[in-house]
Write a protein that binds this ligand. Structure first.
Ligand SMILES: *[C@@H]1O[C@H](CO)[C@@H](O)[C@H](O)[C@H]1NC(C)=O
Length: 342
């Protein structure tokens, strides 16, 4: 507008009272409609930016170093056994024949002292537990409630037996339950692998019923994996509970049990494997993992490296800005530095 004119000249309608209906429809004055709400507009001065980067760097670098150190402390042994535990020719025929002897012995030497509890995992590669039709092939209601035993429609083809009795637990996830077993000896002495409390407590208490027992399970023509003891309720079938928490990636490890005894450096660990599970027909592989744990869990350098990268980046940005700030300093709000001929 023209600052020379009084406001009454700019808005003549307002001065005429409410004869014009347009003026009466004007919304009531409020800070919101007039966009006068208080707002925060932080001023990013060089000091603040440099301090912020330096602070993030100073926080992240120690966290990264601590995580990396903890991960390095973890002792982990991985032994792949799927190739060495079957004859070279006709692997699938060997594994599918119920009369062949699947016993297989592997020996490992422990490189460093391992503090208990030592976690025993099986590692499977190339098994897509995340496949859409596999993941859905289960009945969570049936696992939880006794009255829902007949709810097997999601489980086809592992829903009902040939004579229409419901399979409990139904579906491909349960059907394909892992069935290799391990017996561990340390320096020739049999060492217990404790299989209690390997599943999540919340799964045991809330997802698998205490009064539901397996029935008609693994009785079909094609055996997918392990059988279940029909006198143990589902909430105590921890191998099943672990298996049914499906993995998100095709390479996964699942907890098999824990060794609750320390193992010393240079001890010989002998594991007698019943190599039952058929990963051969789909080109997968299997491995046995023994691992100690630290406060960040198992061996994984990723967190530490990620923290160190971000922290290092922030510190170098802070340094760079500090140098620039000291070399090419200009006063706040001084526009003269913007001109070409300063
Ligand atoms: C183990 O699972 C395989 C399928 O992966 C099956 O062919 C075999 O019969 C099962 N063996 C035992 C002992 O459960």
């Amino acid at each position: 507008g023209d600052p020379g004119l009084p406001s009454s000249a700019m808005y003549p309608l307002e001065m005429e009272g409410n004869s014009n209906p347009k003026t009466t429809n004007k919304p009531k004055y409020s800070k919101f409609t007039q966009q006068e709400l208080p707002a925060c507009k932080p001023l990013l001065t060089p000091e603040i930016v440099i301090a912020a980067f330096a602070l993030i760097g100073a926080l992240f670098v120690p966290i990264g170093l601590a995580s990396l150190h903890a991960s390095r402390q973890v002792v982990e042994l991985v032994h792949r056994y799927d190739a060495s535990c079957v004859p070279v020719d006709d692997k699938v025929g060997f594994i599918q024949n119920s009369r062949t002897d699947k016993t297989c012995t592997v020996t490992m030497t422990v490189p460093k002292y391992m503090k208990s509890p030592i976690h025993v995992y099986y590692l499977i590669d190339g098994f897509y537990q995340n496949h859409r039709r596999y993941v859905r092939s289960r009945s969570d209601k049936q696992l939880r409630y006794k009255s829902a035993a007949h709810l097997t429609s999601d489980c086809v083809p592992e829903g009902d037996t040939a004579d229409h009795a419901p399979i409990v637990p139904c579906g491909l996830v349960a059907w394909s339950l892992f069935n290799d077993t391990y017996t561990v000896r340390v320096n020739g002495v049999v060492t217990q692998v404790n299989k209690k409390d390997i599943a999540w407590k919340s799964d045991k208490n809330n997802k698998f019923g205490k009064n539901i027992y397996p029935s008609n399970f693994q009785k079909g023509r094609l055996i997918g994996g392990a059988t279940l003891n029909e006198s143990i309720p589902l909430s105590e079938q921890e191998d099943l509970i672990v298996w049914m928490r499906t993995a998100a990636l095709p390479t996964f490890r699942k907890l098999y049990g824990r060794i609750e005894k320390d193992i010393n450096a240079n001890d010989n660990v002998t594991v007698v494997i019943q190599n039952n599970y058929n990963t051969y027909s789909f080109g997968g592989s299997k491995a046995l993992v023994l691992s100690t744990a630290s406060w960040i869990g198992g061996k994984n350098n990723f967190i530490g490296i990620a923290y160190l990268t971000i922290g290092g980046l922030c510190l170098s940005l802070a340094m760079g800005f500090l140098v620039l700030y000291m070399v090419k300093r200009r006063n706040f709000g001084d526009p003269s530095n913007l001109s070409w001929n300063r």
